[in-house]
Design a protein around this ligand. Structure first.
Ligand code: TEU
Length: 568
């Protein structure tokens, strides 16, 4: 494969709404991103992935798109976008757009037309179905299937006008597009080509493994399994990795990407297996360059969604080790701890108390970036930003938190406190509080009132302070990114997991030719010794990175310590 530049690259995700506000309306914008391009260039990242900036009613903060070729006025204009693209390119950074085409907004022209009449030519662009046989349309329980939506409530919305239901796996303002219809696919491909022609460098494809649904001979969709205590069923067997997914991705590749170089494609795929990911990322199959899998961010989630399960390090290592092994000879891994849907990793898998926050943030970054794959940094992760101290449900803005809370408390009889405990730890708004630029009142994010409050800890944790401090999390991430450029073993080396049963230490080697790297991270607040073969020899090897002031003695790591040794 000639064009796999992204193996050597680090991607930085921007959530535009929360990155930087240049016009003082409390909402981040494109001008704000332009103003901070130097921060990103200094960090050394190669690619910027922008969460959606298209025209959108903002029901799900832009993941509900009403015009795929327009810029949301809150964020700016196409002219400002072109300026951003040029500014990034001038600094050697590429821009990858979010592609949200499993669903559109219900305010998209396509849906307005589809909804208008049963015989409208665009009717079949979405999933319209009649009520369950023998049931009164619109009556409770008459939905075409028993599926729950990801954001709480049923996955079907009854539409009075035509007496049918439409499918929405997410909010009712996000109707699912019908990929069975070739016109839908061609419209999406044309839109993608339009952005590539404009100069963008690829796409992150939102829930792209949900575009093919399992359809019965009579056109019906299959009921899902209903678990005790939940109001709606998990329908995922009917839409995750559906029968035509590979075909659709290959068609998209032919129609959009073939003959174009220098692009990056990454498919977000909740529930994808290693075996499926091998097929999706096998270069010979022409689907996508890499996928986002979810196993390692679901490791602290039990069968009961409203119970916090503490991290078991051995389980995390088993998962990531399986992905490393599974994509070793074929395909490629993406590596991430954080994005706009996940709580802050330092609060989740690290220790965000003042004593250990910086060390544990550096340790987590080290372990992730030294795996084989392309690392993704989510805005603020390079500062070790933490979860927000949320109090009551009224402080949350995320449609998922609000919808799931309503279903759990109102329909399923959960106590508000048990639900809130989980939302405080896991809620998506933790990732969405504004970027902390400096110690001024709203953290330098806005001169107005931020749409979501800035974490009060911005007084200590902010970009200005960290850029000035060579020992900061920011400079640690800068070094990690730099190491990828200077040490080929980081990019290409084989991965071998060590100490799979150790509950404190995450240890592995990377080997390329005669070069070998040993990476050890202490995921605990207690000192721990790495009992590996060859420990004495390693203890004398070159110490490339160490996040604490003293080196380990005989591989005895202090709490949250991370080290990288090299020998050749
Ligand atoms: O997320 C897909 C997804 O599966 C999410 O439901 C995620 O697992 C969950 O929210 C974690 O709590 C994508 C986008 O990243 C997300 O922001 C959107 O809300 C969603 O699709 C719908 O477009």
């Amino acid at each position: 494969m000639t064009d796999s530049w992204w193996k050597k690259s680090v991607v930085y995700q921007i959530y535009p709404r929360s990155f930087a506000d240049a016009d003082g309306d409390g909402m981040g914008d494109l001008r704000g991103i332009i103003d901070h391009l130097d921060h990103l260039a200094e960090l050394g990242v190669d690619v910027l992935w922008l969460s959606p900036i298209y025209s959108s009613p903002q029901d799900d903060n832009g993941y509900d798109i009403s015009d795929y070729q327009g810029i949301e006025p809150l964020f700016g204009t196409l002219e400002t976008f072109d300026e951003l693209l040029a500014g990034a390119h001038a600094r050697g950074m590429k821009i990858v757009m979010d592609l949200v085409v499993n669903h559109s907004s219900d305010e998209h022209q396509w849906f307005l037309e589809s909804r208008s009449a049963k015989d409208h030519p665009k009717r079949d662009w979405y999933w319209w179905r009649p009520a369950r046989p023998g049931m009164e349309p619109g009556a409770p329980g008459a939905e075409p299937t028993n599926w729950g939506s990801v954001f709480g409530g049923p996955a079907w919305e009854f539409d009075e006008k035509t007496g049918e239901y439409y499918l929405h796996l997410f909010s009712r303002k996000q109707p699912d597009l019908n990929w069975e219809n070739p016109e839908v696919r061609q419209a999406v491909y044309a839109m993608m080509r339009w952005w590539l022609d404009r100069g963008v460098d690829g796409f992150r494809m939102d829930v792209i493994n949900m575009i093919s649904k399992v359809i019965g001979a009579d056109g019906s969709l299959p009921d899902g399994r209903l678990s005790v205590g939940s109001a709606y069923a998990d329908g995922s067997a009917g839409f995750i990795g559906g029968p035509r997914l590979h075909e659709f991705l290959q068609e998209m590749h032919r129609e959009v990407f073939a003959g174009r170089d220098g692009l990056l494609t990454v498919g977000e795929m909740p529930g994808v297996t290693v075996e499926e990911a091998r097929l999706h990322t096998d270069p010979a199959r022409h689907e996508v360059d890499m996928v986002f899998q979810f196993d390692h961010v679901w490791v602290d989630r039990g069968p009961d969604p409203w119970l916090l399960v503490p991290l078991q390090l051995t389980a995390l290592k088993a998962i990531l080790g399986r992905w490393q092994a599974g994509l070793a000879d074929l395909g490629w891994n993406s590596l991430y701890w954080n994005n706009h849907d996940q709580p802050r990793v330092v609060s989740r898998y690290g220790d965000d108390s003042p004593a250990h926050r910086a060390a544990s943030a550096k340790m987590l970054g080290t372990v992730l970036h030294l795996h084989r794959g392309t690392p993704y940094v989510y805005q603020g992760e390079e500062l070790g930003m933490t979860n927000y101290p949320f109090g009551t449900i009224t402080e949350f803005r995320d449609i998922e938190a609000l919808g799931q809370y309503r279903q759990a408390v109102d329909l399923e009889g959960r106590s508000p406190e048990e639900v809130l405990t989980v939302l405080r730890a896991r809620g998506r708004d933790n990732a969405r509080t504004p970027m902390q630029w400096d110690d001024s009142p709203h953290g330098g994010f806005t001169t107005g009132t931020p749409w979501l409050p800035v974490n009060p800890n911005h007084v200590e944790i902010n970009a200005a302070a960290q850029r000035a401090d060579p020992d900061s999390v920011f400079h640690w991430y800068r070094k990690l990114i730099e190491l990828r450029k200077t040490e080929p073993a980081v990019v290409e080396g084989d991965f071998t997991m060590l100490l799979p049963h150790d509950e404190r230490l995450y240890a592995f080697t990377r080997r390329l030719g005669k070069t070998e790297l040993l990476v050890i991270g202490n995921f605990s607040g207690k000192a721990a010794r790495a009992e590996i073969d060859d420990a004495t020899a390693w203890a004398d090897a070159e110490l490339l990175l160490n996040n604490l002031s003293s080196p380990p003695e005989n591989l005895m790591l202090a709490p949250w310590q991370a080290v990288v040794y090299r020998r050749a």
